[in-house]
Design a protein around this ligand. Structure first.
Ligand code: CS2
Length: 481
């Protein structure tokens, strides 16, 4: 029987004004950006309190509000567990309950930044091209009913229109999702949508707005129920919404803010640079690319977490060869960085047994993640004459995964906006090769360079057939032999 602990509450420190509205109040932002912002205010002051917005569900607000929006960030490192209470979120709004309140919060004069962690699918773009998906149901709804937006781009456009009407400068729109050139992508989506609503608004955003690109990094597994008890035992306080994270963190931001207005992030280790591209390519390809690779192959091989997957020697060797032979040769390192050292440090981060990051969690939304994590670099590597057999196997593993049946014949709980269509395509094909080819034909996911590459088609079909016959672990073992 767990002891009764008093609820975590906020200390009585004076509260700063709200300067940031954050869309998508998941664990990642609370374990990453929010902590940096709290530290920047502690170091240099400023009114950079955060209004958090949940775009879909009320759960987060319901858990945080009774705690004054304070929460515990529990660092899980090789040298033990370090809890820390974070007080930087001032209030939480739930968008579907009152969209107008969210627009009003974003349009408040004190707000200078709107940041986002809405996951890949929250941008309502076409994964293969990065352009706004005009027939996306949320975008259609936002065009039909602009007063009550539901999508992140819809809220941004509506709130920027309100600021323009009030004679205020735009806020800086800062994407913190794992998308290539995320600032540029978001700018494109917002401008596309604004142009459909009001071309004058689009021109104003184009001229006055800023959409800095960022690279964000910290491994933050989803919080589980048992973690709440663990945090209570450790801290003596009941926290209904703690976040768990690894010690490592990195944030690289293109220093392009409207009127230069931002927290003093440089004081707390954020790298403010002119060009984020080499950092973002390094992180997206080396980390997220292998995360997804290990997630699909590891899941099929029966591994529950990434730490468990890389504790399996065959997988550790495999992922090291993927870095060395397939990923790193295609990258230009950021100034002063050794990509070999970076990838070895990643392996150590993956191996951290304190972080129980489920392969199933990372496997979610593969149709949205694969293009930027794996497919672009796969196509480039093939064009440069590299074999790319590990990443080809990763694609085949994703195809097996979305087929919906694991190696023991059990159903897989596939979470993906395209799950139904992918499963139907897989089910309709008569044999393994046919399934691989049917899925490769999905043009929203696969670029033409891959779809039309006869040699790749053959190798992918062989990898898929190998997975079906021998299983993921055997294929991982023999992949680079
Ligand atoms: C992961 C990322 O869930 C996933 O898809 O690859 O959330 C990853 O843990 C972070 O990007 C690390 O910075």
């Amino acid at each position: 029987m767990p002891a009764d602990y008093p609820r975590l509450t906020r200390s009585n420190d004076a509260r700063p004004g709200v300067g940031i509205v954050h869309l998508g109040l998941g664990a990642f932002f609370r374990a990453h950006g929010a902590i940096y912002i709290a530290e920047a205010m502690a170091a240099s002051g400023g009114d950079w309190g955060i209004t958090g917005v949940s775009l879909k569900r009320p759960d987060q607000r319901d858990r945080l509000a009774p705690q004054g929006c304070a929460y515990t960030a529990l660092e899980l490192g090789p040298d033990g567990e370090h809890p820390r209470v974070i007080e930087v979120i001032e209030n939480v709004l739930v968008a579907p309950e009152d969209p107008a309140a969210v627009v009003a919060a974003m349009a408040a004069p004190g707000v200078r930044i709107v940041s986002l962690t809405v996951t890949e699918k929250g941008y309502c773009h076409e994964p293969a091209t990065g352009r706004l998906m005009r027939d996306h149901p949320d975008i259609k709804a936002d065009l039909a009913n602009p007063e009550r937006p539901s999508s992140a781009p819809g809220f941004i456009v509506r709130a920027l229109a309100a600021r323009r009407a009030a004679g205020l400068p735009p806020f800086t729109v800062m994407s913190c999702d794992n998308l290539p050139d995320n600032g540029h992508l978001l700018r494109g989506v917002v401008l596309d949508l604004a142009a459909l609503v009001d071309p004058g608004l689009a021109a104003w955003i184009e001229k006055e707005g800023s959409f800095p690109a960022t690279m964000v990094d910290r491994i933050v597994p989803a919080t589980k129920d048992e973690d709440l008890d663990r945090v209570a035992e450790l801290t003596g306080r009941r926290d209904e919404s703690p976040v768990l994270h690894e010690p490592f963190r990195q944030w690289v931001i293109e220093d392009d803010f409207v009127d230069g207005m931002r927290p003093d992030l440089g004081a707390v280790g954020v790298e403010l640079v002119e060009d984020v591209a080499p950092y973002e390519a390094m992180k997206l390809r080396c980390l997220n690319g292998t995360h997804s690779t290990l997630a699909y192959l590891g899941y099929l091989a029966g591994h529950e977490t990434i730490a468990e997957t890389v504790a399996d020697e065959a997988f550790a060797l495999f992922v090291t060869r993927v870095w060395d032979e397939e990923i790193i040769p295609g990258l230009t390192p950021p100034p002063g960085v050794s990509l070999t050292d970076y990838s070895r440090a990643l392996l150590a981060r993956y191996a951290n047994p304190g972080i129980r990051h489920r392969t199933w969690q990372i496997a979610m939304d593969g149709s949205q993640k694969l293009p930027q994590r794996i497919l672009t670099q796969l196509a480039e590597g093939l064009a440069a004459g590299r074999a790319m057999s590990g990443l080809t196997l990763a694609v085949a593993a994703w195809m097996r995964y979305v087929g919906g049946t694991d190696e023991k014949g059990a159903a897989i709980d596939v979470r993906d906006p395209m799950a139904e269509r992918l499963k139907a395509l897989s089910d309709a094909a008569p044999d393994p090769r046919g399934k691989a080819m049917a899925l490769l034909g999905v043009a929203e996911v696969f670029p033409a360079e891959l779809r039309d590459n006869a040699d790749f088609r053959e190798r992918l079909a062989t990898a898929y057939a190998g997975l079906a016959e021998k299983g993921a672990r055997a294929m991982v073992e023999s992949c680079h032999a």
